[in-house]
Design a protein around this ligand. Structure first.
Ligand code: MLT
Ligand code: MN
Ligand code: ZN
Length: 293
């Protein structure tokens, strides 16, 4: 299997349009590398590619990845569709850029399919350009996708702000486990995690590579970086100060933080926090990184 980290930051990207925090200023000046919003592309057979989440930056992310080039026919594309971990805008809005694409399928938990129709009707809007096939993923059931065995693992009940009035309960966030039956490689993608879920130890132990929610380094970070007086808790994202001790228990797994918020000091490879990550053998690689398992 091949996976490409198309984007590695939280909603807003790095730098964020309206943010003058110290890190965003350094990214804007070119001192630190800019990064786009969290999104993954994955393929088991090298021909059929799936997006895992569809970020608002998807147009430039696809253009920057030669593996996703269209062709050979004038409107052929190797992109078969998308899998959504959740219904957040930074993970779903990119679908609108793919409007009019023929034969695309979207896989998502029932909560997400509901939100994208009853709370924010992206489904009706995009189906008006070319109908998509909408498929519900069930927790702990697996299915085949382009040479990969895929399963969804419920990991959080965090719902998007626009869906806060929804009365639908259930798993609002899932992680995906991708297994390549030919190589035996296993990749787990979990870009939104409020706490370390029961049973997650086994999921991590069984993976060769884990892509994990690295939104905030510390719970108080939003408040201190932006001067907000509210102090801001970690907004449903387990901070690295809490997840890094968990990750240290799995030294044999390649461990990668993604969905980094623009306030996160690990965006600076020279920061003390980045040094701590490296000491633990954990990575925060840039957009465009290719993982082969
Ligand atoms: C999140 O990850 O918490 C959300 O995407 C926040 C947002 O961008 O609205
Ligand atoms: Mn997000
Ligand atoms: Zn910022």
């Amino acid at each position: 299997m091949k996976a490409v980290l198309l984007g590695t930051t939280a909603g807003g990207g790095f730098p964020q349009w309206n943010c003058a925090c110290a890190l965003c200023v350094r990214a804007r000046s070119g001192e630190l590398p800019s990064r786009s919003q969290d999104c993954l592309a994955i393929s088991g057979n090298g021909t059929d590619w799936w997006l895992v989440n569809a970020s608002p930056d998807i147009r430039t992310q696809i253009a920057a990845c030669s593996l996703l080039n269209p062709g050979p026919g004038p409107r052929d594309t190797p992109i078969r569709g998308a899998l959504f971990t959740d219904a957040e805008l930074d993970h779903t809005l990119g679908l609108l850029t793919l409007r009019g694409g023929a034969g695309l399928t979207v896989w998502a938990p029932g909560t997400v399919l509901h939100a994208l129709q009853d709370q924010f009707d992206l489904r009706t809007v995009i189906d008006g350009y070319a109908p998509l096939a909408w498929r519900q993923v069930e927790a702990d059931q697996s299915f085949d996708l382009g040479g990969l065995r895929v399963s969804a693992i419920p990991i959080s009940g965090k719902r998007p702000k626009y869906a806060r009035s929804s009365t639908v309960d259930g798993h609002w966030v899932v992680a995906y486990r991708f297994a390549d039956p030919v190589t035996g490689g296993v990749l787990v993608y979990a870009p939104c995690l409020a706490s370390w879920p029961a049973g997650f130890d086994d999921v991590v132990a069984g993976a060769d590579c884990l892509l994990l929610d690295g939104t905030f380094y510390a719970a108080s970070e939003m408040g201190s970086a932006t001067g907000s007086s509210s102090g801001q808790a970690a907004m449903g994202h387990l901070p690295i100060t809490h997840s890094l001790p968990e990750l240290r228990r799995f030294p044999d797994v390649r461990r990668i933080y993604t969905h980094l918020n623009n306030t996160n000091p690990v965006l600076d490879p020279e920061s003390a926090e980045s040094v701590k990550l490296r000491e633990a053998g954990v990575e925060a690689p840039l957009d465009g990184t290719v993982i082969e398992l």
